[in-house]
Design a protein around this ligand. Structure first.
Ligand code: EPZ
Length: 415
């Protein structure tokens, strides 16, 4: 897909935010933990969701999709996940924890996902090992089987969203109590804990990133509304801030889960007003530069780093961003340079330096999901038109992005 983006002075009106991709993907896999129907509301209709549904169908799941509600069940899922689609999305790793819980074994290929630099799954595999599962590799397939000798305490060396959720899946139906230390408590993880407890799991968390799981024999079906997509919300907030004459309201959102994003945007002198379930952004001509440290929640999220980089090309001075989660998330830098962006990677410091730039439209190439949205934002800031190739990447994580962008006055067309 190729899109043409033209200079846009501002975005206006009201924009509905969809449900969270990164909560919906594990929630769909949670359906493997029970024979009963699981009803998920507010599921975003995006490519990665359809890919996950295709994988689940390939192992025997039945589902219906009605508007944004998915009903899904797995009467007797196959533990062998042999479809190639596993290699298309990173979130396919959730099938490991879920099938280990239900079938005590899984045969599956390695997950795929955006190229953000190294993306191993060693944290996941160590958690499975500590939970008493034996892991062997057979011709590019991982074969994992329960062998009983389980530890009662896991500790992640680094906060991991996927690793934490997989450890919850793999331990929630294991006999005894499992304590998970240095767990990720990103809002999407909290949403999955709420879902699992509604299914009958016994999971408690504390503020020191310690989660205690008391194993139960069975889980039941339930109905759950997925939280809003924080990354989509943040992406449109940054888009509005990147253009000088924006007045945009996004809803339904919970501002308490976007605190750092709001404070970063406010420090650029962009006005952010919080109402009960919506946020209003009024941009400024005189965008201020800033330094941002990217880290696990509640730090500024890595998924918004590339979009923030684009926005700061309009700031009146030098900004510096350090992404401590995915330092390799730099595919946007060379593309933004094609638009005349004065942006570079300070290698020794591993920091992205962004200076005020007058952008001129050009032909650029999108390399991953969030890079694509960042290039679209930059295209709106640039004089003349910008052509973004490989724009289909944006469809992985944003629902109806072209329609939504047009609806708020952003000048974009698929060509
Ligand atoms: C999830 O990825 C999200 N993806 C990512 O969103 C998000 O950027 C990331 O969490 C961080 O918040 C999904 O939820 C599908 P991690 P995940 O495990 O689980 C390292 C998007 O744009 N690590 O929290 O893969 C890893 O390299 C995507 O929507 C290991 O070294 O991320 C990173 O430096 C991109 N070994 C850090 O830990 C492992 O086994 C945190 O990664 C796992 C992770």
């Amino acid at each position: 897909m190729i899109v043409k983006v033209s200079k846009t002075t501002g975005v206006h009106g009201e924009l509905a935010i969809s449900g969270s991709k990164n909560a919906s993907l594990p929630a769909l896999c949670a359906s493997l933990l029970t024979k009963e129907w699981l009803t998920l509301e507010n599921v975003p209709l995006i490519d990665d969701i359809y890919k996950m549904l295709a994988i689940l169908k390939s192992i025997g799941c039945e589902y219906t999709v009605e508007n944004h509600t998915v009903q899904i069940r797995s009467p007797n899922p196959n533990h062998k996940v042999l479809t190639e689609v596993v290699g298309d999305i990173r979130a396919s790793y959730y099938l490991m924890g879920a099938l280990l819980s239900r079938k005590k074994k899984v045969l599956i290929g390695y997950p795929g996902g955006c190229n953000l630099g190294k993306r191993p799954i060693d944290f996941h595999l160590k958690a499975f090992h500590d939970l008493g599962y034996r892991i062997t590799e057979e011709e590019k397939f991982l074969h994992i089987v329960y062998n009983g000798t389980k530890k009662h305490r896991l500790r992640f060396v680094k906060e991991t969203v996927g690793g934490t959720i997989n450890a919850l899946f793999a331990s929630c139906r294991l006999e005894g109590v499992t304590v998970i230390e240095n767990a990720s408590l990103e809002p999407e993880v909290i949403d999955i804990i709420e879902l699992l407890n509604k299914m009958g799991a016994k999971i408690e968390k504390n503020d020191n990133h310690v989660i205690t799981v008391t194993g139960v024999k069975k889980l039941k079906g339930t109905m759950h509304k997925v939280i809003f997509d924080r990354m989509e919300a943040g992406s449109y907030m940054l888009l509005a801030s990147s253009l000088p004459n924006s007045n945009l309201t996004i809803y339904p959102v919970d501002a308490s889960l976007l605190r750092t994003v709001i404070s970063v945007i406010r420090s650029t002198k962009t006005k952010v007003k919080i109402m009960n379930d919506s946020i209003n952004i009024v941009s400024t001509e005189n965008l201020q530069p800033l330094n941002v440290l990217i880290g696990p929640y509640p730090f500024f999220p890595t998924d918004l780093q590339q979009i923030l980089s684009a926005m700061l090309l309009r700031a009146q001075g030098k900004s510096v961003i350090e992404d401590t989660v995915f330092p390799g998330r730099i595919s946007h830098i060379n593309e933004l340079k094609k638009l005349g962006g004065n942006i570079y990677l300070d290698e020794p410091q591993n920091k992205i330096v962004i200076n005020k730039s007058d952008l001129i439209g050009a032909r650029v190439k999108a390399h991953d999901l969030r890079c694509t949205f960042g290039l679209i934002v930059a295209g709106g800031m640039a004089n003349n038109s910008t052509i973004v190739e490989n724009a289909e990447n944006v469809l992985r994580g944003y629902e109806n992005p072209i329609l939504k962008l047009k609806s708020i006055g952003f000048l974009i067309d698929e060509i």
